[in-house]
Design a protein around this ligand. Sequence first.
Ligand SMILES: [Zn+2]
Length: 86
Amino acid sequence: MVAARALRRFYGSAAWRDLKGAALYLKGRRCAMCGRTDRPFHVDHIVPVRVAWAARLSMTNLQVLCVPCHGGKKRRIENAKWRRRK
Ligand SMILES: [Zn+2]
């Protein structure tokens, strides 16, 4: 597991900000789960950073989700899927 402090530092880094911008540009502003284009977006790690630290800056590990999808469904899937991998 990755320390919460390291995660916070990563999400505040210029490298992540740049990558997020690039992901929105390359993948487009469209939610990968519900397909909506009219909502605020969140660039999501398909395999969570806390699980796959080495893939934190990998474009292939990113997807664009709208904020409601990221906050709801995705989190439930993630919790179920990754709970036992500690
Ligand atoms: Zn969505």
